[in-house]
Design a protein around this ligand. Structure first.
Ligand code: TRP
Length: 343
């Protein structure tokens, strides 16, 4: 019984932490794809607030960002009539299943996670939280609660997905078939936008040292312009796609242009054939990004004028999510040998 009975379409689950600011990288690499694919799957898009407390954070900021990320999901085209958009902590089963899965997850599996090692290395050893180590088990709980078939995530989450599959298989082996084994859905590498200040690294939404690292989805036009005009390029002048790390900056700007404007790589290169230099390229990138974000920003403004709209929607959708998650949790409890509480 790896299917809880009511699945019409294959299920998708994904999530973003409500920390930092969502960037055009999140949009092009994730949200835009989710919105496009939502018709082909039964989708659950979660704001993973429980994950956000595994590193130092500010409570007021967490609350504000949780609403903001939920509203941005919708502003980017996720349709609440089709997909379930909810906050992780609103569905208690996420925390509870994490604890149950902790019981069967070998510590060695967690100690090996490269994201844990990277994040832990950035903090003082004695302030790294237990939650940071346990992060992948919470992520496994997220995915497994919904009997998820496919998980659209970036390449950096591949290892966490493998761990999720390993945990699910281990559980099924120990207690009988219970969980669907999920597959990762990793977008093609072209969908990976790089930092404007460092075009060899993935564009990140966590606030980095540089103000000019990423264009945020809610940046006003003057900020978009400033950031893009300062993007790192090279000393040449040829405007062409390239795998050469030396020319990663120009390549990244072209990828951004193409993602917003459409067209093939050849068409994009032909479009810039008569440009006088990188300044011209940057101006056009500013233009397409500003225009591309305008409808998202307008939608965001509409969705957030009525302060209660998002909160009400999140309450409805948490109830919808719980209807799927709770039966899985109950099945797990039963399989693991917990005495059922009398009602
Ligand atoms: N760890 C993911 C990231 O940083 C976020 C996440 C948490 C997630 N739970 C998830 C993604 C479940 C997909 C499915 O991107």
């Amino acid at each position: 019984m790896s299917d809880n009975g009511s699945k019409q379409h294959k299920r998708v689950f994904s999530g973003v932490q409500p920390s930092g600011n969502l960037t055009i990288g999140n949009y092009l690499g994730a949200l835009k794809q989710w919105a496009r694919e939502q018709h082909n799957f039964e989708s659950f898009f979660c704001v993973v607030d429980l994950h956000a407390i595994t590193v130092p954070y500010d409570p007021a900021d967490l609350r504000a960002k949780t609403r903001e990320v939920a509203a941005l999901y919708l502003a980017c085209g996720i349709d609440p009539d089709i997909s379930t958009v909810f906050v992780q902590s609103h569905v208690r089963a996420h925390s509870e299943l994490t604890w149950l899965l902790n019981g069967i997850t070998p510590l060695g599996w967690l100690n090996r996670m490269t994201q844990f090692k990277d994040k832990a290395a950035k903090q003082q050893a004695d302030s790294v939280s237990t939650g940071l180590l346990d992060y992948p088990v919470l992520m496994a709980a997220d995915i497994l609660l919904y009997q998820t078939d496919a998980v659209p995530v970036g390449d950096d989450q591949r290892q966490h997905l493998e761990l999720t599959r390993d945990v699910a298989q281990r559980f099924n082996h120990m207690f009988g078939e219970t969980f669907t084994i999920p597959a990762a859905m990793i977008p093609p590498s072209g969908a990976r936008i790089k930092g404007l200040d460092d075009p060899t690294a993935k564009m990140s939404k966590s606030i980095t040292d540089s103000e000019y690292h990423a264009v945020y989805l809610l940046d006003p036009p003057n900020r978009i312009k400033k950031k893009i005009m300062r993007a790192v390029t090279d000393s040449g002048r040829e405007i062409a796609f390239s795998d050469d790390p030396e020319r990663a900056g120009v390549n990244n700007l072209l990828e951004i242009f193409q993602a917003f404007q459409g067209g093939t790589k050849e068409e994009v290169e032909a479009h810039f054939a008569n440009a006088r230099g990188y300044g011209d390229l940057k101006k056009e990138v500013v233009e397409v990004v500003t225009e591309g974000l305008k409808p998202i920003q307008q939608k965001y403004a509409e969705l957030t004028t009525d302060a209660g709209y998002i909160d009400n929607l999140l309450a409805d959708h948490a109830a919808r999510a719980a209807e799927v998650a709770n039966p899985t949790l109950e099945l797990v409890q039963e399989r693991m040998g917990f005495l059922k509480a009398r009602r």
